[in-house]
Design a protein around this ligand. Structure first.
Ligand code: SF4
Ligand code: SF4
Length: 76
């Protein structure tokens, strides 16, 4: 995963990432409960920083959020 990230940076390929919208979050914590890697996703949204080496981009938090505060996006 880390090698893949470095390689995509080197080749300037678009990378999938999570994008938070802090203003939409109501603090329900469903995202953290659903996270398969047991990450504190609510806190990540609050800090507006979804980068975490343990995140496998499974999308469980995206699907779980009732306020659409987490989305997928591509970063080049
Ligand atoms: S599920 Fe959505 S609304 Fe609830 S804490 Fe997580 S980001 Fe906020
Ligand atoms: S994408 Fe999956 S692993 Fe990453 S924070 Fe969301 S639920 Fe957790």
């Amino acid at each position: 995963m880390i090698i893949g990230t470095k390689l995509s940076q080197l080749l300037k390929l678009p990378r999938l990432q999570l994008k938070p919208t802090k203003e939409n979050c109501n603090g329900c914590n469903l995202c953290s409960h659903k996270c398969v890697m047991s990450l504190d996703v609510k806190e990540m949204v609050k800090r507006e920083n979804m980068r975490n080496a343990e995140c496998i981009l499974c999308g469980e938090c995206v699907d779980a959020c009732p306020k659409k505060a987490i989305k997928y996006s591509f970063k080049s």
